[in-house]
Design a protein around this ligand. Structure first.
Ligand code: NAI
Length: 248
């Protein structure tokens, strides 16, 4: 039997990058997969097909994770369509980098809303579903910069540090119903998000990584499967760095 047979997963921001790799790996391990992104597109249709080809039920939903009402609506639709949600992966995220002295209020608010408030939105919406099931695993995508900070990313680092506080609090609050909550802190992962960086910055990041390569979305997806599955049944409230030993 596969690791996640009989479980249903919900992944936010899965049209591409790390979220897409996570959705695929969860499906390959036998989970039914509901996923969201800002809009339904050719990419989300293609992903739906790839997931279904794994022999599981899969459906994409358009939803803005930063919006509280949108999130309530989409979670209740997914709970109705799939009957249950055992795994929630809060993956949706953006960057709007800049030095504090030049950062606008809009840059600050947008990153906090998409990266941090979204995790509250989905946690709040999923709580009654998981509570009723008396079980579940919530996995939040933080970042090594949430642990250590980073120049020119004060908004992003604050949002990712906030996710860690939220994760630990939810683990303490939801544990009584057998619901686990953990965070993953990826280091430098090669996706469209990091491809946008200038080449010399990419190179200087990689030189600092003991494993001497950027991570792949599949590297993050593997840890997500571990946290989603019963292999991690006594792991909750933790932050797992997936960073090639960059952050130790
Ligand atoms: P990406 O930019 O390639 O993909 C993010 C996805 O989220 C996109 O499909 C986008 O449309 C979606 N999204 C954005 N705003 C949304 C919203 N309001 N509602 C719903 N969906 C939304 O990013 P990537 O690299 O795959 O990152 C995924 C997560 O991993 C993010 O939370 C990011 O902060 C985190 N992360 C990424 C690292 C990296 O090196 N790539 C390192 C550490 C953390």
């Amino acid at each position: 039997m596969k690791l996640l047979t009989g479980k249903t997963a919900l992944v936010t921001g899965a049209a591409r990058g790390i979220g897409k790799a996570i959705a695929l790996k969860l499906a390959q391990e036998g989970a039914d997969v509901a996923f969201t992104d800002l809009v339904l597109s050719e990419a989300t249709e293609q992903l739906e097909k790839e997931l279904q080809a794994c022999g599981v039920k899969a459906k994409g939903y358009a939803s803005n994770a930063a919006n509280f009402d949108d999130t309530q609506k989409v979670v209740s639709e997914i709970a109705k369509d799939f009957g249950r949600v055992d795994i929630l992966v809060n993956n949706a995220g953006i960057t709007k980098d800049g030095a504090v002295k030049r950062m606008t209020e809009e840059q600050w608010d947008a990153v906090i809303a998409v990266n941090l408030k979204s995790v509250f939105n989905f946690t709040k919406a999923i709580q009654p579903v998981m509570w009723k099931q008396a079980g579940g695993s919530i996995i939040n995508m933080s970042s090594v910069v949430g642990v250590s900070g980073n120049a020119n990313q004060a908004n992003y680092a604050a949002s990712k540090a906030g996710i860690i506080g939220l994760t630990k609090s939810v683990a303490k609050e939801f544990g009584v119903r057998g619901i686990r909550c953990n965070a993953i802190a990826p280091g430098f992962i090669e996706t469209e998000m990091t491809a946008a960086l200038p080449e010399e910055i990419r190179k200087s990041w990689i030189e600092k990584i003991p494993l001497r390569r950027g991570g792949t979305p599949a590297d993050v997806a593997g840890v997500t499967v571990f946290l989603a599955s019963d292999l991690s049944s006594y792991v909750s409230g933790q932050v797992i760095n997936v960073c090639g030993a960059m952050n130790t």
